[in-house]
Design a protein around this ligand. Structure first.
Ligand code: SF4
Ligand code: SF4
Ligand code: SF4
Length: 333
């Protein structure tokens, strides 16, 4: 059972300054209205945002860049700390790890970055308009894959560790003598926030079918609904690029001994085109439906992990204003 430690924010900020000597630290900073991870220098520390959902890019971009040359392996000089990760993005690692780190196929690039990073999760103390993690059995607070957690409440940080890496970091922080309270279980004020946010999410998404209902509805769907929504889609691929669980990529040979791994998206016209020119997903409505089949049927079946964590980013990123949840509600009416 994890123990929880309370320290003042000023003391936590001091601890972060100390950690900068051994780690590269990334944390969410607000730029205008956009919350995004930034490489932290000492002067950024007071501006780090805690417990607000959610950084615009998913956690996966730290481990699976949009584009990289996989011929050259560049080891980072310092390990990294990623701070302020929401629960939905941590849960997405269940699928990503099973995809990239198996006995048969261990992707050194992905695995090296995963192993060289410490993940500090943050509870969501509020929810965004399109957040729907609770509809898919997740809670809006970290429960798996986090090394440590932090909650900032009224100028006090509540921190806890959940792995060996987290324990090492926590010992270093505790060694600075900053703790003002220790708790043997989740502090009451945190439990209250968790219940409030969970209730809000459940209320906001009461019409949304759960995962299994969605899987069944997608399997039994009529083509009319896919044609209707696909008409608006412009095949930009943003929904897949921004998705914390999408893993598809292309390998492109370039002159100068370059082999570039670049993220792919099933909405692109050439996604399933073969060398002979055949393309089973040539029609846009087929590709459009494929994304839902992949999320709610193929991936969960193959990897025994959910492939939509309910982060809502695909809804926010869609320039055609396609709302996957409206589609799913319509599908199960
Ligand atoms: S499908 Fe959309 S809501 Fe689900 S995890 Fe991907 S981006 Fe988030
Ligand atoms: S979907 Fe849930 S866990 Fe993810 S940012 Fe929103 S409230 Fe937080
Ligand atoms: S983001 Fe919207 S428009 Fe772009 S491919 Fe996805 S569904 Fe289509």
């Amino acid at each position: 059972m994890a123990r929880y430690y309370e320290i003042e924010r000023t003391a936590w900020d001091k601890a972060l300054i100390d950690l900068l000597s051994s780690f590269r630290v990334f944390a969410p900073i607000l730029k205008g209205k956009t919350l995004d991870y930034q490489l932290i220098q000492e002067e950024h520390i007071p501006h780090i945002v805690y417990n607000i959902p959610k950084p615009v890019v998913p956690l996966k971009t730290f481990f699976l860049p949009i584009k990289e040359n996989v011929v050259v392996y560049k080891k980072e000089e310092k390990p990294i700390i990623i701070l302020g990760i929401p629960a939905c993005d941590l849960s997405a690692l269940d699928l990503l790890d099973k995809f990239f780190m198996t006995e048969v196929y261990n992707d050194h690039y992905y695995a090296g970055r995963r192993e060289g990073s410490v993940l500090i999760g943050c509870d969501c103390h509020s929810a965004n308009k399109h957040c729907h993690c609770t509809s898919y059995g997740l809670n809006p607070f970290p429960e798996n894959n986090q090394d440590m957690t932090i909650n900032m409440i009224n100028g006090h940080a509540i921190i806890s560790s959940f792995s060996m890496k987290g324990e090492e970091l926590l010992s270093r922080i505790l060694g600075m003598g900053l703790v003002i309270h220790t708790f043997d279980e989740v502090p009451e004020r945190l439990t209250e926030i968790r219940l409030k946010v969970k209730r809000e999410l459940e209320k906001a998404n009461r019409l949304l079918p759960n995962y299994q209902e969605t899987t069944d509805a997608v399997i039994n769907s009529d083509k009319v609904i896919w044609e209707k929504y696909a008409k608006k889609c412009v095949s930009c691929g943003a929904c897949a690029t921004i998705c914390p669980t999408c893993t598809c990529f292309l390998l492109i040979d370039r002159p100068g001994f370059e082999k570039v791994r670049q993220l792919d998206a099933c909405q692109y016209p050439g996604f399933e085109r073969t060398a002979g020119g055949e393309n089973p997903l040539k029609k846009l409505e087929y590709r459009f439906k494929n994304r839902y089949l992949c999320k709610y049927l193929y991936r969960p079946e193959k990897f025994d992990a959910i492939a939509c964590t309910g982060c809502g980013r695909c809804i926010e990123a869609c320039i055609a204003k396609i709302n996957k949840n409206e589609l799913l509600i319509e599908l199960t009416k």
